[in-house]
Design a protein. Structure first.
Length: 331
């Protein structure tokens, strides 16, 4: 009898443990479901998966406009300094010998000031990385010759302070945290190498090449590449030759094209008109060209900002992937 009672107590104890474990396990599963549900809710509300917004570039949002052409030339590159509320613009005339760098207020679109740098004819900026040196002076990486070389221009002191050999004479860009400089080699028919450098090593005059990424030209030349930037381990190209189609592409560090967004011209015009009513009247045959891309922090997320030239008169900065933007049709 005593033995039976002992067995019964043991069985009851085991049953209690099993019940408790089952309840705890269900609770843990429910907590996991809640977490997943919250993530889905975040996706639905924001239109993006956290950390994966590079897949939603069909959403476009204009944030600023200003004149494209002035006496000192056409835009050939741009970057942003959100701490100082500045957009930096590189201007130059076709085959000219002077590069003009402008500081523009990011809120008003008004010009603050400018500096001029002498360049060899046939040299084009194709990007405008900036940094502050150890004295806090504003500096830019500029191209003075059409070869694998970059000059360090001290904007604050208005002088060239050094020259650095850097592979990739076609385009130049950088990430928002100033960890990387990215360049590429390309001609009209070839874009087969991307070079990733350590940012600090470049600005200190001793470039450290981190990676060479080999690409297939046919994957990237569907529309003329006009700008390059980098975000984490993704390379981003902006595309759009003179009167071509707006487009953006994403390349991983293995050289594979992960995403291409080739925008419908009419739908793109409708998106622009949503922010600037009646800005584009002929939504099929308007003048268009892209002149660069840089990364931009918008509401805590980082998005590519496209430098779009419209109507041959106006520069409009357009964010790609902003969840409160307007969805544009893809070709």
């Amino acid at each position: 009898m005593k033995k039976r009672k002992t067995i019964l107590v043991c069985l009851l104890s085991i049953l209690v443990i099993l019940i408790f474990f089952n309840i705890f396990n269900k609770k843990e599963l429910n907590n996991n479901k809640i977490e997943v549900s919250l993530n889905k809710k975040e996706v639905n509300e924001k239109g993006v998966f956290p950390g994966n917004h590079l897949s939603f570039f069909d959403y476009q949002k204009p944030i600023l406009k200003f004149p494209v052409r002035k006496a000192d030339g056409w835009i050939q590159g741009a970057s942003v300094n959100q701490i100082d509320n500045d957009i930096y613009i590189a201007r130059q005339p076709n085959r000219g010998t002077t590069l003009t760098i402008e500081r523009i207020n990011i809120i008003t679109g008004k010009k603050k000031d400018s500096r001029k740098v002498s360049i060899q004819s046939g040299t084009y900026a194709e990007g405008l990385p900036w940094f502050r040196n150890n004295k806090g002076e504003l500096c830019f990486l500029v191209r003075q010759v059409p070869t694998d070389q970059i000059s360090i221009f001290n904007y604050s002191k208005n002088r060239i302070e050094g020259k650095v050999d850097l592979l990739g004479s076609y385009k130049i860009g950088f990430d928002i945290n100033q960890k990387y400089i990215v360049t590429c080699n390309a001609t009209k028919n070839v874009l087969d190498k991307i070079y990733v450098y350590d940012f600090d090593s470049v600005v200190k005059g001793s470039p450290k090449l981190l990676k060479i990424i080999k690409t297939k030209s046919e994957d990237l030349l569907f529309e003329k590449p006009q700008g390059i930037t980098i975000h984490d381990n993704k390379i981003i190209f902006s595309h759009g030759g003179k009167d071509g189609n707006p487009a953006i592409s994403v390349v991983n560090f293995e050289g594979k094209v992960e995403n291409v967004f080739y925008y419908d011209r009419k739908s793109y015009a409708e998106m622009i008109n949503e922010t600037y009513p009646n800005f584009i009247l002929d939504k099929k045959n308007y003048r268009y060209e892209n002149e660069g891309v840089f990364m931009y922090n918008y509401k805590g997320e980082v998005y590519p900002a496209l430098v779009q030239i419209l109507n041959h008169t106006t520069t409009i900065i357009v964010l790609s992937g902003a969840p409160d933007g307007q969805q544009v049709k893809i070709k």
